[in-house]
Design a protein around this ligand. Structure first.
Ligand SMILES: [Zn+2]
Length: 274
């Protein structure tokens, strides 16, 4: 670990960072893998958590955790600031997490990890938005409120749940312009959008619209090494639920089949075993 960003905890913005399996950097599905700058990437595996859970910590769980926690931290910092002002002259009502309404847009495995984080950290109400029934059913079993794209009037439901102000935070996990536009429409003035989706296009609202809403927005990938320990605590607290993410375990010789069934959405997560 040597660049300014890594040294200050922004391991997601390392100036020499690369992703396994991307251009110019081989994938990691092999018996042995060389990891450059391993001190900023690798983490000693805790012996108390089994491998089928730990594999979630490579990517999806820290990502979902970070998407949720960025929004949670925003509200905690707001409360702290108002609390300090109130100590001098009591004038503001604090909004605690238990009074917050969060929306998770996108409930694939990463979205479900975000929902678990929100529920574990006691966000008051968590809405889960997706078009896929079994994802919504799972989110509902855990305590989220399901809203189905194409069936429910999502904006009306959120306004109804917030006395007309809009969602306090929207965690956007889809990564396309329509999803980001929905996030903008659902979030309340001075609320927070935490966008963890991998966007590659234009921002679908204007700077003036963002100004007129006092929008707080945070985008980009998770600093997985930085959030690892906190995310692991949330994972362990929900191990019975997260275990269900792995629907198939295949020998590495059948890796191609694993990709094929994943592509056809017949598998949620496939673990390759050596
Ligand atoms: Zn670095």
């Amino acid at each position: 670990m040597e660049c300014w960003f890594c040294l200050h905890g922004y391991t997601n913005r390392c100036i020499r960072g690369k992703s396994f399996g991307s251009l110019g950097f081989d994938g990691g599905q092999a018996e042995y893998v060389r990891v450059p700058f391993a001190d900023g990437t690798l983490q000693r595996a805790p012996t108390t958590v089994d491998d089928s859970l730990l594999i979630m910590m490579c990517d999806i769980f820290p990502t979902g955790y970070y998407g949720a926690n960025r929004a949670i931290q925003y509200f905690e910092s707001q409360s702290h600031e108002l609390d300090t002002i109130n100590a001098d002259t009591p004038m503001f009502q604090l909004q605690e997490l238990k009074d917050c309404v969060f929306v998770c847009l996108g409930c694939g495995p990463v979205g479900l990890c975000s929902i678990l984080t929100c529920l574990t950290k006691k966000v008051g109400k968590v809405f889960a938005v997706d078009a896929v029934d079994d994802r919504l059913a799972e989110a509902e079993r855990w305590g989220a409120i399901p809203l189905k794209l194409g069936r429910d009037d999502i904006k009306a439901k959120i306004l109804e749940a917030t006395d007309g102000r809009g969602a306090d935070a929207v965690i956007e996990l889809v990564g396309n312009a329509p999803a980001l536009k929905s996030a903008f429409e659902l979030v309340r003035p001075a609320g927070c959008i935490s966008s963890i989706g991998f966007h590659q296009g234009e921002v679908p609202f204007t700077a003036f619209e963002a100004y007129a809403k006092n929008l707080n927005i945070n985008m980009g990938r998770a600093p997985a090494r930085r959030v690892f320990n906190d995310a692991l605590d949330v994972l362990v607290a929900n191990s019975d639920k997260v275990r269900e993410f792995v629907t198939h375990k295949l020998p590495v010789s059948e890796a191609a089949k694993g990709y094929e069934i994943f592509e056809k959405q017949q598998a949620r997560k496939v673990v390759l075993v050596f």
